[in-house]
Design a protein. Sequence first.
Length: 466
Amino acid sequence: MLRKKAAMNKKITCLCIGMMIITMIYGGGVVYYLHHFYPGTRIQGVPVSQKLASKLEKDMTEELQSYRLRIQFKGQVEDTLGGEQLGLSYASHGEILALKQKQNPFLWPIIILKRTSYNYRITMDYKEEQLRDLLSNMKQDQIPSKDAYIEKKGGIFFIIAQVEGNEIDLEKTMSKMKQAVEEGRTFLDLSSCDCYLTPRIYEDDPDLVAKTERLNQATQMKIVYDFGDRTEELNGKTIYEWISIGELNTIHLDTEKIRAYVEQLGSKYDTFGSTREFTTSGGKKIRISGGDYGWLIHRAGETAALEGLILEAKSQQGRVPLYTYTGYHREKDDIGDTYVEINYTRQRMWFYKEGQLLVDTPIVTGNTRKGYSSPQGIFPIVYKEKDAVLRGEDYESYVTYWMPFYRNFGIHDAPWRSEFGGDIYQNRGSHGCINTPEQAAKTIFDEIEPGVPVVAYDESLVEIID
């Protein structure tokens, strides 16, 4: 009986001792984890298991130097940046102690058994310029991406494919790295974060393809200019030389070369104010110059119009260029077979329409004694007006038929005259207009149109060829 009682007392004693030991261990753990972090705890990615919170609060900057951020680049290339390289530092605001207070020290046995992990974030500082310099140095060995672009060679245009490089987007990478550091992450895949500079334009870009096709269409263009009895062809081979490709595949036309081409057309086909050969009604062949009749290509306007056709790759047959001045006939002989001929020497005027002589009349021209000379050269009929009043410094005259061809000079009837021709003009001539018998003036007025050329000359002032 005594043995049984002694054995029981021994068991109770052992149990009490065991309970005391467990209590002491538990209590010791509570006291320990009252000031230390649980196992598996990380702050900003830095392991702080079993670290004393108060000391860690003071020494966190040093601890941050052990932080490592592993970066995955293209091509399975990796690099690891440490806290020191990133310039990490911690300015104490009591955050670490506050984090420690979130951990219940009385639950430490459960935490240890569960092997729970904790990852906390704190406010920390890092040197942005140091990080920027670090990334800038990385860029030195990187291959930049290149856009697809249009190449010009051998008379055609074709697309050069883009280059997929491995150059990082500095600003975006900076942002992603800062975010990773702030979140305490230890791995960053730049590809999945879209941190690489990629080509802006790819070879299958619809606009690029369409632009290349249009450029090649331009090299096949044909613009045929119509100059009446002559034509001038502009082909794609010449146009090809005028085209160049700029940045971002912009199309540039050499305006100076296009203007030079238009100037060449003008030099070849313009007749405005030129010297012409003319066969008079008397059968003489003369060379006459002066006046403002004829064709003159509008240099700036036609240059711009031609550029527009090229950019749209539009061929055109029978193109009529833009003109500053136009004549009545477009043939090489732009006087043609409809015109008025005035011979000051013989004081006579003829009107031909489509080769048919409709009027042959004596006239009275400018009073040479008073210095009222009539204009010599080739001019267009500007307009025609019926029942007009002609005014000058010392006269006011009513006429029925008025057809000006140069400034205030024109053809008109002269009801105040009873005779025409001869040498009347030398002393009793007009102020420079062409005084015409009424019936002749009426016939011309009824049959003529604005633009019809007027060939006016003094035989003594023109070159007689034969």
